[in-house]
Design a protein around this ligand. Structure first.
Ligand SMILES: NC(=O)c1ccc[n+]([C@@H]2O[C@H](COP(=O)([O-])OP(=O)(O)OC[C@H]3O[C@@H](n4cnc5c(N)ncnc54)[C@H](OP(=O)(O)O)[C@@H]3O)[C@@H](O)[C@H]2O)c1
Length: 433
C-alpha cells in the first residue's frame, strides 16, 4: 500500500495565534492518562510540536502538590514513552504541568480551576474518567460559563468512548453534550481514526481509481473486518464486563473501518464532508438481509479475571454480519469479527471479490510495518484537537448511527449464551453466515 499522508497537521499553526492552550485533563491520575496522554505529550514535545504557551492541568480527587504531580508525569513518561528519553522534552511537559485536587461532582472545583487558568487561553477539557461523570462535568462547565459561552476558539471538550451503552443512552449523552457545547466544540475520540494505517486506507482509495471502481456489489462478494487479539482485559475487568466485545470494538472502531471502506469518497478532505460521508454510510448499515446473524463467545477462565462477575455472560468474542443498504452495496455481506485471547494479533479489512474479478485485497492494519518516526494515534489526535482539525474525530451523527446499527445485535446477544472457547484458540466454533 502506498503510504500517502492524508493529513497535514499544522502544529501550533492556529494555536500560536492565541494566548496559549491549556489542556485540562479531568482524570489526571487515571490509567488512560498515564499510559497514553502524558507519553504522547512528551513525544509531541520531542518533535517540537507542543503549541506555544502550552499548559497542562491535571484534575482528580487525590491530594497531590504540583511537584508530586510533575514527578508522576515524569514516571509515566519513563515507563510508557518509547525510544531514548529526551530530558529536555520531559522538562517541557513537566514544566507546563499543574495539579488541582477536586471532586468534579461539585461546583467549587470548577471555580478554583477558573481562578488558576490564564485569561484568553483556549481550554481543552479532556474527559478521561468514568462515563458516569460525563453528565455532571459537562453540566458544571456550562453553568460556570466555561462551555458554549466561550465559543470554539476558547473552549473545547474531548470525550473518550464509550459514548453511551446503547442507542438510547448514546442519545441521552449527546443531548447533555449539545445542551452545553456547540458541535464544533466537541471532539469525540475513536483512537482508530488517529492511526496512520486507518488514514492510509482512505489515501489508498483516493490514489487508486481502478480499485475504487471495483468497490461495489457488482464486483465484491463479501467484506471481512477482523480485529483479533491474543491479549485479555489488562486490568480493565469492571469496564469490559459491563461492555463486551460488541460495545468495546464493533460499535466504534470496527464500524469506523466499515465506513472508511464503504463510504462515498468525499470530493474534498474537509472535516465536515468526511464526517458527513461516514455518517451517511453508517446510517445505511443494518443486519444483513435484516436477519440478526450473530455468533458470540467467551474464553474459558474469563470468570476468574479481576473485576468480572462470576456468572457473567459477557461476550469476549463476536462475529456479526452487516449490510450497507444502499445502491452501491446492497446484497454484500460484511462480516465483522473481534475477540480477545485468540491465537494472534490481526486487524484487517479484506475485500473478497466475485470469481470473475480476482481474488481478494487485504488491508492489514495491525501488525503494521513500523515507519520510522511515525506519530502514535494519541499524539496525532492531541495535535488535531489543539489545531481544531475535526476530521479525526467522530460526529454525533456517526455515534448515533453506529449505535442504531449494533442495537439489534446487542439485544440478540443479551438473550444468547456465549459459546466457550479455549484461550489461544481461533475462537468459538459455531454457525454464522
Ligand atoms: N484505559 C484505557 O486504556 C482506555 C481506553 C479507551 C477509553 N478509555 C476511557 O477513558 C476514560 C478513562 O478511563 P481510565 O481507564 O483512565 O479510568 P481510571 O483509570 O479509572 O481513571 C479515572 C480517573 O478519574 C478520576 N476521578 C474519578 N472520580 C472522580 C471525581 N469524582 N472527581 C474527579 N476525578 C475523579 C480518578 O482519580 P481519583 O480517584 O483520584 O479522583 C482517575 O484519575 C473512560 O471513559 C474509559 O472508558 C480508557
Amino acid at each position: 500500500m502506498t503510504r500517502t499522508r492524508t493529513l497535514r497537521l499544522r502544529s501550533g499553526s492556529r494555536s500560536a495565534d492565541m494566548a496559549g492552550i491549556a489542556l485540562i485533563v479531568f482524570g489526571g491520575t487515571g490509567d488512560l492518562t498515564q499510559r497514553k496522554l502524558y507519553p504522547s505529550l512528551y513525544h509531541l514535545a520531542q518533535r517540537g510540536r507542543l503549541p506555544k504557551g502550552f499548559s497542562l492541568y491535571g484534575v482528580s480527587r487525590k491530594t497531590l502538590t504540583d511537584k508530586e504531580f510533575r514527578r508522576n508525569i515524569e514516571r509515566d513518561i519513563r515507563a510508557f514513552a518509547h525510544g531514548k528519553i529526551d530530558e529536555k522534552a520531559v522538562a517541557r511537559v513537566t514544566g507546563a504541568a499543574h495539579y488541582l485536587s477536586a471532586d468534579l461532582n461539585h461546583r467549587e472545583g470548577y471555580e478554583r480551576l477558573e481562578a488558576r487558568l490564564k485569561p484568553g487561553t483556549l481550554r481543552l477539557f479532556y474527559l478521561a474518567l468514568p462515563p458516569r461523570l460525563f453528565t455532571p462535568i459537562v453540566e458544571h462547565l456550562d453553568r460556570c460559563g466555561m462551555a458554549r459561552a466561550l465559543g470554539a476558539a476558547r473552549s473545547r471538550v474531548i470525550v473518550e468512548k464509550p459514548f453511551g451503552y446503547d442507542y438510547a443512552s448514546g442519545k441521552k449523552l449527546e443531548r447533555v453534550l449539545s445542551a452545553a457545547f456547540d458541535e464544533p466544540q466537541i471532539f469525540r475520540i475513536d483512537h482508530y481514526l488517529g492511526k496512520q494505517a486507518v488514514q492510509d486506507l482512505l489515501a489508498y482509495r483516493r490514489g487508486h481509481p481502478a480499485f475504487e471502481r471495483s468497490l461495489d456489489a457488482g464486483h465484491v462478494a463479501a467484506i471481512r473486518i477482523d480485529a483479533l487479539e491474543p491479549g485479555g482485559l489488562e486490568m480493565r475487568g469492571p469496564y469490559y464486563d459491563g461492555a463486551g466485545s460488541i460495545r468495546d470494538m464493533t460499535q466504534n472502531h470496527l464500524l469506523q473501518l466499515l465506513a472508511f471502506m464503504t463510504m462515498k469518497l468525499p470530493r474534498t478532505s474537509s472535516a465536515a464532508t468526511i464526517q458527513s460521508a461516514r455518517a451517511k454510510v453508517l446510517k445505511a448499515v443494518r443486519p444483513f438481509r435484516n436477519r440478526v446473524d450473530l455468533l458470540i463467545g467467551q474464553y474459558r477462565g474469563y470468570h476468574s479475571e479481576p473485576g468480572v462477575d462470576k456468572d457473567s455472560r459477557t461476550d469476549t468474542y463476536s462475529s456479526l454480519v452487516f449490510e450497507v443498504n444502499d445502491a452501491r452495496w446492497k446484497g454484500v455481506p460484511i462480516l465483522v469479527r473481534t475477540g480477545k485471547r485468540l491465537t494472534r494479533k490481526l486487524t484487517a479489512v479484506t475485500i473478497e471479490y466475485k470469481p470473475k474479478q480476482g481474488k481478494r485485497h487485504v488491508f492489514q492494519l495491525d501488525p503494521h510495518p513500523h515507519v520510522a518516526n511515525e506519530m502514535g494515534d494519541y499524539e496525532r489526535l492531541l495535535l488535531a484537537a489543539f489545531d481544531g482539525e475535526r476530521e479525526l474525530f467522530v460526529s454525533a451523527a456517526e455515534v448515533l448511527n453506529s449505535w442504531k446499527a449494533v442495537d439489534p445485535f446487542l439485544k440478540a446477544a443479551k438473550r444468547t449464551k456465549p459459546i466457550l472457547y479455549r484461550k489461544g484458540s481461533l475462537g468459538p466454533k459455531g454457525k454464522t453466515a
